[in-house]
Design a protein around this ligand. Structure first.
Ligand SMILES: [Zn+2]
Ligand SMILES: [Zn+2]
Ligand SMILES: [Zn+2]
Ligand SMILES: [Zn+2]
Length: 241
């Protein structure tokens, strides 16, 4: 929605400027010499609208993971500054290939999946306030949903800053869960092998979740066609009939 508003603003501004001079104007040649290109709008501007500032261009980040600085007019500079920290970019909608292009982003997403999952677990625990507060080191949208980013997030992911913060939060969260009786009670025992370890959905590296009953199992044990819990549920239903 906000993006549409931005597009409309871009359009009306570029109309105003490109229509304001025609080749028959007497000052045209001198004017052309003073024109400056705005990479964000893809248009030329006079030197009172364009002071030669540079900015990172969202479209270039999203299409090429390119964080270079390009010349922008004053209007674009203002817009880009105002949206810098706003989570406006849903990667899966606007830049489908970005995860495969940007290793740092893919890596962050893997950790983010675990963070989102463990945060849900912590929210159900009345002893978790301290560790939940640590999540505030990240913008909240990053631990609430996948794929949604601000430009500020993307550059910090590129620099590795967010991964470092996310790792530290994840460590505190896991430390809490492993030591908390309330959280442990919300874990799963693998019903294939009946091992002693408690499994959680956030352990995406070792644990698989049944799509039907949402129970967790060791990935190495899990067989989709033979989920013990689903079979139990089916048997119970059959017995009731
Ligand atoms: Zn102008
Ligand atoms: Zn807990
Ligand atoms: Zn198992
Ligand atoms: Zn199941």
């Amino acid at each position: 929605m906000v993006l549409e508003v931005l597009e409309a603003a871009k359009w009306s501004l570029s109309q105003k400027h490109s229509d304001s001079f025609s080749s028959t104007d007497s000052g045209y040649v001198g004017y052309m010499k003073r024109l400056r290109y705005c990479d964000y709008l893809g248009k030329y501007f006079c030197d009172s609208c364009h002071k030669g500032c540079e900015a990172i261009i969202p479209a270039r980040v999203l299409s090429n993971w390119d964080f270079g600085r390009y010349p922008v007019c004053q209007f674009s500079k203002q817009i880009l500054e105002s949206i810098w920290e706003k989570p406006l970019f849903k990667i899966t909608d606007v830049a489908k290939k970005l995860y495969s292009q940007a290793k740092e982003l893919q890596k962050f997403r893997e950790l983010q999946e675990q963070l989102i999952s463990i945060k849900k677990l912590l929210k159900a625990c009345r002893l978790s306030k301290g560790v939940l507060d640590e999540f505030q080191q990240l913008p909240s949208h990053l631990s609430d949903e996948l794929h949604l980013f601000a430009m500020d997030d993307l550059i910090k992911i590129k620099r590795g800053q967010l991964l470092t913060i996310a790792k530290a939060i994840m460590k505190s969260a896991v430390d809490h869960v492993e030591a908390c009786q309330l959280c442990l009670a919300n874990g799963f025992i693998c019903e294939f092998c009946h091992g002693k370890d408690v499994l959680f959905p956030f352990q995406t590296d070792i644990c698989t979740r049944c799509q039907e009953c949402r129970a967790c199992f060791h990935t190495s044990c899990f067989r989709n066609d033979a989920c013990p819990k689903c079979i139990r549920i089916q048997n119970r239903r059959a017995a009731r009939r």
